[in-house]
Every structure is written in structure tokens, then in C-alpha cells.
Design a protein around this ligand. Sequence first.
Ligand SMILES: [Zn+2]
Length: 318
Amino acid sequence: MTTMSRMPASKGEEDQLRVRARRQSKTHCLTFDIEEHFQVSAFESPVQRRSWDQFESRVERNTYKILEMVRVHNVRATFFVLGWIAERHPDLVRSIAAEGHEVASHGYAHQLITAQTPDQFRSDVRRAKEILEDIVGEAVVGYRAPSFTIMEETKWALPILVEEGYRYDSSIFPIVHDRYGMPGAQPHCHQRTTPFGPIWEVPPATVRIAGTRFPVAGGGYFRFFPYPVLRMLLRKAEAELEPLVMYLHPWEIDPEQPRMRGPLLSRFRHYLNLEKTESRLMCLLSDFRFGPIRDIMTPIQALNVSPPDKGDAVVECV
Ligand SMILES: [Zn+2]
């Protein structure tokens, strides 16, 4: 080995390598679940829920920061917005749509599906869809459940989504987890049949290691691994799954957020490495190419739900 070959790459060379790798990278799906830091299911309690309007709202500032970050990288994404948030911050939702991002639904009240009856679930997803569509003036066809709680015992939710006009779901995590997951579910985008018609399932990204499927999609997993390890896992995952579906929340780029009371494990998962998320997201946006689910995931793209050329269908940002 020559002396030159042992020398570390300069910053400029590193940047060039990064740009080249990004150009060669497949395009993946970037998604954000738009909710407040106090709406996280792990801290949920009836008393706390009744106090939602008394907590400090931080979602608008954090989401605008995300919009700025993706704008810098010329990236568009899918934003699963909570109906409760859209009601209180309609201009934020208009801004998301006006910048060419996909607005999708995170339901209205962030109740776990495991805690809802089918009738409650129907009215929750209907209310969220109506609020979002009124604001953006275009069809909202994507749904993601609070804490990915479409599981074996809540599969009844899928035909309801079809009946309510949703065309795809991104809630089934094909992993073993203490609070959610459907181990053995297909890790790729796939169609599920229901008595009321088909729905596309768009699972968050996972990677298969030694026969077991591990999550690498975002959230706590994104913050847990050192970034170079995460990048290596994502490169491994993209060789198997195409495209990957990543997710993050606005509160994850907000290390100053007030701390909530809750179980130790929940606090660990929620607050781990929050101060690193913003720089990691910037690295992720430099290393990989991204777009919204409706434009990148081929079967969803074929549904032809994108507004034509971001014209009259998108309400002006005010
Ligand atoms: Zn959520």
C-alpha cells in the first residue's frame, strides 16, 4: 500500500464522493409525522390528553425548520399530518402543500388503533381527511396510524380506510416490538385485499440481518445508531428493498422541548440523541435521494393522485 492510499480523504474529496454516491443512489421515500412533542403515544394518559391545549405548541416552528432543511436539498416528502394539528395550524399545512410536498393523514386525535373501536376509528380517519382536504384542496389518499398500530388484531382498520377513501396505508411495521408490529408481514410495498377493495401497504424500511428483520426507518432507530452505522444499514436495506420508507417527527429536531413524565423506557426512546437528529438528517439528505410516497412508490404513482404540475389544485401559501 502506498503512503497516498493510506491518507484520509480531504473534506473536499469526501464531499465529492458523497455527491457521486447520492447521484447513483436510488430514490427513496421521506416521510414526517406532524404532531406535537406532547402527543407521543408513549406518554399518553387521559389527564394529559385533556391538557393538550395547555401545553406549549412547538410543532409549527419545528416543521418550518424541516421545510427549510428539505428545501435546501431540493427534496420533497410526504407529511402525515394529525387532524388536530391541521385544525390549529392550517397555514402550516398550506405551506407544506404549496412547497410541493404530499399531505397525508396521521388521523385526527392520535389515539392508538388498539384503543379504538371500529366506529371510533372510522370517525377519526374521516374527520382528519375532511380537515386536510378542506385546507389543501386536493385528495388526501395516504394514512399512517399513531405508533404504527395496524397489527394482526387491528387489521379490521384496513377495509375502513378503503371505505373512507384512502388508497394507501403506511402503518404495518414488519418487526417484533413491544408496542406495535406485525412480524412476518411483507416488508415491500404490496397490495392487500379487503371486502371493500384493495389498499396498498407501504411499510417503513427494515433490514434483514441473520434471518431477523430489524427497523432502520427512522424515529428512535434513526437516533440510536451512530450515523455511519445507520448509513451502512440503509445501503444494505436498499439492496433488498426498493425504495426505502424513512420517517421522522418535528419534535425529534427539538432538543430544547420540555420533558414529559412517563415510563423510563419511553423517556429513553423519546429523548435519545435529540441534539444529533438535525445534523443526521442533513447527512441523510446529502447521502440519499428522496421524494414523496405518491411520486416515488410506483404503485402509488400509478394511482395518479399527484396534483397536475402544482397548479390551481394547490392553495397558495399565505
Ligand atoms: Zn404519531
